[in-house]
Write a new protein. Structure first.
Length: 235
């Protein structure tokens, strides 16, 4: 009887373990992005759609996984982005945040992610501070950054004769990082920055700033901005 009871218990334990092994691993990903402002065209709804396509291509069920996706608009405000990150991590059980265009928001989300010991995959923000002075073991800078832009585009322009620069700089973390990193490259390669002007984020009219750049006689106008600001400046 003891042997039979032991075998029955062992069989039940094995069945329970097998059942648990078959339960899919659940992962929740949050796309924190700009759905309504200057970065909506190159991130925003497109980032949400791309994340859904990536999940579909991965085929979670084939890997015994269940992947859920949530999204939100950070409105280009660091406090809003940080608040959403806390809500997602603490209440909604989000495991990882992705995208986050706007470096100021990304830096705030990186701090929250480190506090909560979660994962932040940056594919939208570009400040090199994310992997420099603000580096975090919980944050992976997946795509481009301002160091790369400076040492790729900036260095090439200087070496082909664009020696004097004037910057139109988006007045927040990304713009300041791009101006700083590009200035270092320009000066290291024999060029000179003759001036700069800080421009409010999501600006509609660049005419007065461009007139300052024109008056400087610089060979190169460096647009230290992105998204809708770059489009409006070029127009």
């Amino acid at each position: 009887m003891k042997t039979a009871a032991s075998l029955a218990f062992a069989f039940a334990a094995l069945m329970t373990t097998a059942a648990h092994a078959q339960n899919p691993v659940s992962v929740k990903i949050g796309v924190l992005t700009d759905m309504s402002s200057l970065y909506a065209d190159d991130t925003g709804p497109g980032s949400v759609a791309a994340a859904n396509l990536a999940i579909h291509d991965f085929n979670p069920a084939a890997h015994n996984m269940k992947v859920d996706l949530v999204s939100a608009d950070h409105q280009n405000k660091p406090d809003v982005g940080a608040g959403i990150a806390r809500q997602w991590y603490d209440v909604d059980h989000v495991d990882m945040i992705v995208d986050v265009p706007n470096s100021a928001v990304a830096l705030a989300v990186s701090d929250v992610t480190r506090q909560k010991n979660k994962v932040f995959l940056v594919s939208g923000a570009a400040s090199s501070d994310l992997t420099g002075p603000k580096c975090s073991p919980n944050t992976v800078h997946w795509a481009y950054d301002t160091w790369m832009l400076a040492n790729g585009t900036g260095k090439s322009i200087v070496k082909t004769g664009g020696k004097t620069w004037f910057f139109l700089t988006a007045d927040y973390a990304f713009g300041h990082a791009l101006e700083r990193d590009t200035t270092a490259v320009v000066e290291a390669n024999g060029g000179k920055v003759v001036g700069h002007v800080n421009v409010p984020l999501n600006n509609q009219d660049f005419s007065s700033f461009l007139l300052q750049a024109q008056a400087s006689k610089a060979q190169i106008i460096g647009l230290a901005n992105a998204g809708g600001d770059t489009i409006n400046a070029i127009k």
